[in-house]
Write a protein that binds this ligand. Structure first.
Ligand code: AMP
Length: 694
């Protein structure tokens, strides 16, 4: 859909060249006039200038089309498309702004009847695809979480977004969003911008998630970005914690938070879950539940909300063995991947084979890759358009310092590419953090068949010397020293032995400190061990269910002309798996006998577990089809006799004739994906009548 940036660049250059030619030509005309040239000479020059201006307009139009991706005029603009989708969703109660009669609250939404049905279908498939097929342990933990848990996880100190304030009104904005909007607006609307400037803004967009507060503030100043509503100046960016705080109990003595993710509930239960699993690794636990984030200025409808459903998996694995037994089932999959090198060098996402991405070291390990593959299959089965789904690797600064590798499943919608699933190898961070805070060892053991002589790395920080040198920062330096792996520690030892001191990066301090040889002792000792005790690594796929569903709505929506051609009708082409209702049942005309048959069919569908709806209003059959197409109902049964009826498929509008007592079985087979509509077409006689495509 989007124009290639090379054609956009060359159009920007052509436009700048044309403008300089026009300027030069304007000077020539002025000279002609001032030197008293003849009228015909001046007229000819003006004619030439007008021709140049026409050429410039034509380049401008091509550039506009190229930027908006509307080059052949066939693509409806993003905003108009979104408006059509959102109007339909709200009118048909897929969702409703929450507390609407009190003018609502930004970022809070209700799901109405079809929205609830779609959500419960998506969650049922999620349970099938992940919990059942991967044999996961499902848990359900409270939303209200005591402070100590979120202090240990780092959320109390670090779960922040960078905010800027309107210096006069105090209105708040997310700093990165303002910079993003500025760059996008300039790129789309400033046709006179040079190709170099356009490249700079595109680079800013590509590395936006990687910018620090200082860098964001500097860009906001450099580009003269002001408050969008008032044009007032903005404060420097500063962190705002996104958690909703509350009190647990009436005394006010115990602070709690509404959980910002479900994962912590799983981590704190690790010990019991590991035992439940027979003290065996790997295993995964899963949880579906509400998460709460006090987003600074939610503007993207269902995509950025303040309360949403998360479905999260924590797969615990031996850090020394991240192979996956079912890896070969996904290693041949090919889909759009966007590794960090491609992002940094301004390239676009490309189709890669997952197995190759692992063997080339692009994806860190098999287990992470396995989940990337499973997430891809999940989203594709739901009906997400594969051309508009990509897996984007996190940039270095975007990723937490402890993480081994992270990929986001991003889906393209009218709002651009949106992170819908985050898939991260978080190494041992979370379990270690809760072990340290709670004093309960969240570890796994591997028993050796024979005792093993092992060489153990012993790192002993000399707290007295470190305290003198680093005072309040001593604890973080000690933790960083103790967290060194073998290679890091032995490199440090070699440097300390030869030079007496070494520069050492402490991530939690975000700086480098000098370690002297009296501050730490590093050695290796031989020991006999009967088991190995270690903190498992965790690989975490985290699904924003609301985001996936909204993208699915956009990918499923289309319009087609009515039979008379006088109006455009809305259709959601949901696969039966997610359709809110699988089948509608209509008597062709209002008559007692047909209504009885309709009731009987509806009862048999319900008994077979197929959600269905009768429509016995006297409305024309065409209007009734249009109403159900707009809800994305894949099949409609029309009762036009007492013995056999027609079944119509929503997108092709094909109809077949089926005996009344076979209807439920046919609809069940096709809506549960055990056969396709094409298979059904082969088996049953086609029905053609005036009413078929009414
Ligand atoms: P995170 O823990 O920030 O990686 O978020 C996990 C997932 O939650 C993301 O991949 C999103 O799909 C979803 N998500 C995060 N924030 C929001 C929000 N404000 N509204 C809806 N979904 C969200």
């Amino acid at each position: 859909m989007a124009a290639t940036s090379s054609s956009e660049d060359s159009l920007r250059r052509a436009l700048a060249d044309k403008q300089s030619t026009i300027d030069a030509h304007g000077n020539v005309i002025r000279q002609l006039k001032s030197s008293g040239a003849s009228k015909s000479e001046i007229d000819d020059a003006v004619k030439a200038l007008n021709a140049l201006k026409l050429e410039k307009t034509s380049i401008e139009n091509q550039l506009k089309a190229s930027i908006s991706g509307d080059a052949n005029g066939s693509v409806v603009s993003r905003d108009a498309f979104r408006q059509a989708v959102v109007n339909t969703l709200e009118r048909r109660l897929f969702y409703i702004p929450a507390f609407k009669i009190y003018r609502g609250v930004a970022g809070l939404y209700d799901y109405g009847p079809p929205g609830c049905a779609v959500k419960s279908n998506v969650l049922a498939f999620w349970r099938q695809h992940f919990v059942l097929e991967e044999d996961m342990l499902e848990v359900d933990c409270p939303c209200v979480t005591p402070e100590v848990v979120l202090k240990a996880s780092g959320h109390v100190d670090k779960f922040t977004d960078l905010m800027v304030k309107d210096e006069k009104t105090g209105n708040c904005y997310r700093a990165d969003h303002l910079l993003k909007d500025y760059c996008k607006d300039k790129l789309e609307n400033d046709l006179t911008m040079s190709a170099d400037k356009a490249a700079e803004l595109k680079h800013v967009l590509a590395v936006l998630d990687d910018l620090s507060g200082e860098q964001l503030g500097a860009k906001i100043k450099e580009y003269g970005i002001v408050a969008p509503d008032t044009k007032n100046p903005l404060s420097d960016p500063y962190p705002f914690n996104l958690m909703f705080q509350t009190q647990i109990g009436p005394s006010g003595a115990s602070t709690g938070y509404m959980r910002p993710e479900t994962a912590q509930g799983i981590f704190v239960n690790f010990k019991d879950l590991y035992y439940y699993n027979g003290n065996k690794l790997p295993f995964a636990a899963a949880q579906i539940g509400q998460a709460f984030r006090n987003e600074i200025s939610p503007r993207q409808g269902l995509l950025r909300v303040r309360e949403f459903t998360l479905a999260e998996i924590e797969h615990f694995v031996d850090p020394d063995d991240k192979s996956h037994p079912k890896y070969s089932e996904v290693s041949n999959l090919e889909f759009l991947m966007f590794p960090r090198n491609e992002q940094m060098s301004g390239q676009s996402a490309k189709r890669l084979c997952l197995g190759e991405a692992v063997s080339k070291g692009i994806v860190n390990n098999q287990t992470l890759a396995y989940f990337i593959g499973r997430v891809y299959l999940f989203l594709a089965r739901l009906g997400i358009d594969e051309e508009r789904l990509r897996f984007r690797q996190h940039l270095p600064n975007e990723m937490a310092h402890y993480a081994a590798d992270c990929w986001d499943a991003e889906i393209e919608s009218s709002y651009g590419w949106i992170e819908c699933v985050g898939i991260a190898d978080r190494s041992a961070y979370d379990l270690r953090a809760h072990t340290d805070k709670s004093g309960v060892a969240l570890v796994a053991q591997e028993k050796f068949a024979e005792p093993k002589e092992v060489e153990k790395l012993i790192i002993t920080p000399v707290k007295k010397e470190l305290g003198l040198a680093f005072k309040g920062n001593q604890k973080m330096v000690v933790e960083a020293l103790e967290a060194m792996n073998e290679k890091e520690a032995m490199d440090m030892k070699a440097a300390l032995d030869t030079k007496g001191e070494v520069e050492f990066e402490v991530c939690t301090l975000e700086k480098t400190v000098t370690i002297k040889n009296n501050m730490v002792s590093i050695s290796k000792e031989k020991k006999k061990e009967h088991q190995r005790v270690f903190t498992p690594s965790v690989i975490e796929p985290s699904f924003g269910i609301g985001r996936i569903i909204y993208c699915l709505y956009e990918h499923s929506f289309y319009m087609r002309p009515s039979k008379a051609g006088d109006e455009q009708l809305n259709v959601f082409r949901f696969p039966p798996l997610v359709a809110p209702i699988k089948c509608t049942v209509f008597p062709l005309v209002q008559n007692q006998q047909y209504e009885e048959v309709a009731k009987q069919i509806s009862r048999s569908l319900t008994a077979a577990g197929i959600s269905n709806k009768k429509d016995i209003t006297g409305t024309s059959i065409g209007k009734r089809y249009a109403r159900t197409d707009e809800l994305g109902v894949p099949f409609a049964v029309t009762v036009d006799s007492a013995s056999s009826v027609t079944i119509r498929e929503r997108d092709s509008k094909d109809q077949i004739r089926v005996n009344v007592d076979e209807v439920a079985a046919v609809i069940k087979e096709v809506s549960e994906g055990r056969c396709t509509w094409d298979d059904i077409l082969q088996k049953y006689p086609a029905h053609t009548s005036a009413s078929a495509d009414e």
